[in-house]
Design a protein around this ligand. Sequence first.
Ligand code: PLP
Length: 423
Amino acid sequence: MKRDKLIFDLLEEELQRQEEGLELIASENFVSKQVMEAAGSVATNKYAEGLPGKRYYGGCEIVDEIETIAIERAKQLFNAAWANVQPHSGAQANAAVMLACLQPGDKILGFDLSHGGHLTHGSPVNFSGKLYKPFFYGVVKETGLIDYDKLKEVALKEKPKMIICGASAYSRDWDYEFIRQVADEVGALVLADISHPAGLIARGLLTDPLPHCHIVTTTTHKTLRGPRGGMIMLGKDFENPWGLKTPKGEVRMMSAILDSAVFPGTQGGPLEHIIAAKAIAFGEALSDNYMKYVVQVKKNAAVMAAAFIKLGYNIVSGGTDNHLILLDLRNKNISGKDAENALVKADITVNKNMVPFDDKSPFVTSGIRVGTAAITTRGLKEKEMEKIVELIDSVIKDHESEANIKKVRKKVNELTAKFPLYS
Ligand code: PLP
């Protein structure tokens, strides 16, 4: 068959973009060559509806072995009692959990999207806000920290069936123990969506939600540095505490209810090539090298935050405990959108982001979110973080000057050339 030059030329351009630019999108990372190889492997050809040992298709013996290894490594990495590695994405993982645990119209309590939460935690434009009745908590205006009093107040008033914690743009650790206490008071389940800081949690650098939360979901492609995908886990003590029933009315183990909410509940055939890549990434995440990596991710974010503060930037919550920083640009007279556009022209990729109590729309925003997961994979350290902050500041201060942007881009390209990615 003729090679599809059109697409491969574009992929070559994308590789070049990734090699030459500074990737600061907090949800992105660079997988290893072996993770990429597995993601592009022959396992993409295989249908394997069901679970290892219980498939609806023949010829699954080998993918059964692969998926079993992925599950075992996930359990080891997070000290979980059970894991399902089939969700195609983080959103799919959350959809399966809600299908398993809630009835349409049930109340849920999540972290407000405009304060840093995720669409799947009850946004009205998402299935979670359309099928269920969402209530929200946010951050305290003065501190930028989660408003736990408000969380408790809304929970006591509304008695939601599920409380969701976790975020897309929150730079601090979570008090899972407190949230569980509140949930116990009102009879709610706690879902912790650790998509962003999963790698840091796995290696003990942030509070572990598994001893406290009933169910934990994550993506596998952010700090965890695996292929794009999702996963659901249960902690050791929570095999079946609620007597939730299957659609047929049987009381089954929670793990079985979640398994069937993934398939056939919300998905068809699992992506066994991606599951192979997940297995490899989990193996890598168990290594000493990965431990060094996550420690550096956190250090880099802290150094970056301090450098921004020194230059007069406002960081929501005043700093970071994890891999990301949410910058409030309102004192810099530039919108998130204009900052993102100017920085992209300088080969610095960030995303515009709402800040809590934002007066601008989600298409404009007052902030940008930056993260250190991807650049740390390339080997950049504290010294480079300070340099990057200087480069960002230079673009933001003079964002209408094409000449300045060009000058910064040259410096960015010189810096990234010293830290080759795949070449
Ligand atoms: N949950 C959180 C907290 C996220 O930040 C994201 C993605 O950014 C998701 C879920 C959804 O993941 P995906 O894009 O894989 O569906």
